[in-house]
Design a protein around this ligand. Sequence first.
Ligand code: GTP
Ligand code: SPV
Ligand code: MN
Length: 600
Amino acid sequence: MIKNKILLDWIKEIKELCQPDEVVIWEGTQKQYDETADEQVQSGKAIRLNPKLRPNSLLYRSHPSDVARVEKRTFISTKNIETAGPTNHWISSDELKPIMLDLYRGSMKGRIMYVIPFSMGPIGLDMSRIGVEITDSAYVALNMQIMTRTGQKVLDLINQGEPFIKCLHSVGYPLEPGMEDPKWPCAPMEKKYISHFPEEEMIWSYGSGYGGNALLGKKCLALRIASSMAQKQGWLAEHMLILKLTDPNQKVSYITGAFPSACGKTNLAMINPSLDGWKAETVGDDIAWMHIKEDGRLYAINPEAGFFGVAPGTSLKTNPNAIETVSKNTIFTNVALTDDGDVWWNDLTKEAPDHLIDWHGNDWYKGDPSKPDHPNSRFTSPLTNCPTLAENYEQPVPISAILFGGRRPSTIPLIHQSFDFEHGIFLGSIMGSEITAATIDDNIGKVRRDPFAMLPFIGYNIKDYIQHWQSMLTRTKENLLPKIFYINWFRKDEHGYLWPGFGENIRVLKWVLERTENKQNYISTPIGLMPDLGKFDLSNLDVSLDAMQELFKVDQSTWIDEVTSIENYYQALYQDSIPRVLVNQLNALKDRLNLQKTTV
Ligand code: GTP
Ligand code: SPV
Ligand code: MN
């Protein structure tokens, strides 16, 4: 029962505004999940997969226009544009609210309105935050059940007066009497709004039913709103995986990694190490909330309760732990359907089946040039399905190293380490990556700068974000802060990727952990510290020496071009107020490359 007056008033207000047929309070029980899933199958919105092959699992096919996050329609709405800064689309809240209220008016006609109380982070932990999502999408309710902690226990906290973040979502497809409901209702692009009001700690999302646009606990709350809260409250909300590593001497370490969307976080979080004696366990695969504790160290928790992972590329060979994770209790979106009622996506098996139903619902035959799955097709599975989930996954863990990385076909070596924390901030600020299908964009494959893998997720001014990272230094001793590294699994030659990746990435992690113990395993280069190849574990590795040399090549003329590109990027983004720390670091890099300094 809801006793909290703020929540009761808000439900009443939204009910009057959106005019749903019915209101359902999400209790988070298995019974409610099963009944909702059954109703979705009966109404033709979802397909129940063969329970013998894939127990308790569903397949959804989205509208072809609604397949990923929509960055162009994602807004930070504040009183003043300066609060949002140069990386965000800003609309003043005074202008945006009436537009969206008009859209919301009657938008849930003919639909059920679900009220979903949820906790990001373990229920009741001081680092956790509570939200309530009101949505007219059963798909969202089912996904939120997996991705967050929901139900009565969260409601109990709200009833006790815990504050909560109001998250309003509508697919934007009201049903007038006699209208047929499409399988995946959504609104056209120009009516989609994924809006954030950090000053009020509120989210309004309209018109999309997909992933981060609609599961509002994830990118909207746990990254955009949380990053803005974190800046004010002195912590960090980051687009990072969290991995627990146990070395052959049983020493346990934790690392985080920030790579842009579809650049390898889930895969590294579930790594199956190729080196003997190493154990890797999963804590989180997408988001880390990090606090400096009294002992001066940085601790991380995973605020999520599930994985919303990229399907294509996932196989027994690349990620056996993900394959086991999705073996049951999973919602698949936009993958292909097999003749025996199971799922398939590119690279799941070496050979595609002879016949599939593709993600549009059409026949697909082996050899057809089109892909049967969407490149951003995804699985939603509970963390507890993961065979490598760390037993302490609900406790804050101390972080020894932070990896930055992305898809860079050239220039960036397999691994390098920053000289110090401020140089690490510089590395985060210049991160670049090829744009992937995780966002709707006409420039997929082009390299764009994606600072800290947070370009679409920093909920405030990036200048203040850089400053906030720098403030970590004054709040603790530098030697207690994690060491910062930059990885690139994706360097290519004319034949493709030079590095085998996946389980072999443990070799890089081994070097990283040795660095956190100050082992003399490195050489110094103008761009940072790199492995002394004689001290990098290449045992039983099938990579040619030529490829290894290419993977570690720091080419002077390429780096001169890179410096020019960084300089142009800084100027375009920050204009005449490039953060001092970045100017200093850029100048230091130029010095090391024997180039003229910038005089900004
Ligand atoms: P989001 O959920 O969008 O934030 O993505 P993510 O960073 O978790 O990416 P994910 O691990 O799902 O990887 C995306 C794609 O990159 C998949 O197709 C993977 O197979 C591929 N990938 C991941 N790690 C590696 C690697 O080490 N080498 C290569 N070549 N590909 C990789
Ligand atoms: C990402 O795009 O970084 C994701 C998927 O993790 S979504 O939740 O849809 O944003
Ligand atoms: Mn992500």
